[in-house]
Design a protein around this ligand. Structure first.
Ligand SMILES: [Zn+2]
Length: 106
């Protein structure tokens, strides 16, 4: 079995062993097999293919990747409201003392 084309290198995401070869499988998708720990990394979908190729610095395969057209404006914080003293609660007049059973007899 002939080896597939090497399109770049990348450190192993598992053991961090550097410069592992990223190869392109027969179906055109990049993959990596770590020489150090044997971890195998396969791209199965367009997004992982794109991200892996970006990571190794290869040219993007999909030039119509969605990009934010304009930076999202950051909303400015509202100006602080003028400091107003909190309204002082008006104390309610105390109700007349309730009569107790003892008041009746006084
Ligand atoms: Zn590894």
């Amino acid at each position: 079995m002939s080896k597939n084309e090497v399109i770049g290198t990348c450190s192993c995401p598992l053991c961090q062993f550097p410069d592992q070869e990223i190869r392109v499988s027969t179906n055109g998708k990049p993959y990596m097999v770590c020489e150090e720990c044997g971890m195998q990394l396969f791209s199965r979908q367009a997004r992982s293919v794109k991200l892996l190729k970006e990571r190794i610095g290869a040219k993007p395969v999909d030039p119509v990747a969605p990009k934010p057209a304009t930076p999202i404006p950051v909303p400015k914080p509202a100006a602080p409201a003028a400091a107003k003293p909190a309204p002082v609660p008006v104390p309610e007049p105390k109700p007349a003392a309730e009569k107790t059973i003892f008041d009746i007899f006084n």
